[in-house]
Design a protein around this ligand. Structure first.
Ligand code: CO
Length: 209
């Protein structure tokens, strides 16, 4: 059977190099994880979370899916969020999208992508919400870029709408939700400046008591 054995060989080399740099690295990590960050990003192989922000194992809790979408009924994402906020007490949630996102592009198309359409519907909703601005934007390329940005912004709001995040704020827990976007072409992250760190920043109709 054809197995990707080189990956296991790479792993041995990596573990040895890590141990050489810090002999107690893995022993310390095995005791506990204390990440300060939760990353919610796209599953795209070109956007490896820890690597692009220079963080080591143990420093960031990560959830990735197609087009970094936060759906109100997604038990997977909500479970990650709850554990990160309630148990790990992470201080920053980073929703990170990227330009050229295949999921966002697929959502802009009219052809049927099968099962994936149910997921892409969430991005089509973002498109509908910002239709006025998107349709005024002239070229298809800039419209695509802008939808990638709007998708991040709406997912930041969706994170803040959860009772998980709102109850943390009610308890006085320090927690900020950020929206970033990554350019695959140059490896640079951009802060979209949509950070929310209190209930007061949300519209009244989203606030839970
Ligand atoms: Co993507």
């Amino acid at each position: 059977m054809n197995k990707p054995r080189h990956l296991l060989a790479n792993n041995k080399k990596w573990a040895a190099a890590m141990k050489k740099a810090n002999p107690t690295f893995f022993a310390e990590l095995a005791k506990l994880q204390q990440p300060e960050y939760l990353w919610i990003g796209c599953a795209d192989s070109r956007v490896p979370a820890n690597e692009i922000v220079g963080l080591l194992p143990g420093e960031m809790f990560v959830h990735r899916n197609i087009a970094n979408v936060v759906v109100h009924t997604d038990l997977n994402c909500l479970s990650v969020l709850q554990f990160a906020v309630d148990a790990l007490k992470i201080k920053h949630i980073i929703v990170c999208g990227h330009y050229g996102c295949g999921g966002v592009k697929a959502a802009m198309e009219n052809n049927d992508h099968g099962l994936l359409e149910a997921w892409l519907a969430n991005i089509k909703d973002v498109q509908l919400l910002h239709r006025a601005e998107l349709e005024e934007t002239l070229t298809m390329g800039t419209r695509f870029d802008r939808l990638c940005e709007f998708n991040v912004i709406e997912q930041v709001t969706n994170v803040c709408r959860t009772n998980i995040v709102q109850q943390a704020w009610h308890r006085g827990q320090q927690l900020a939700v950020h929206g970033w976007i990554y350019e695959i072409g140059d490896g640079i992250l951009q802060d979209l400046d949509v950070t929310i760190n209190s209930l007061e920043q949300l519209p009244a109709y989203f606030r839970l008591t």
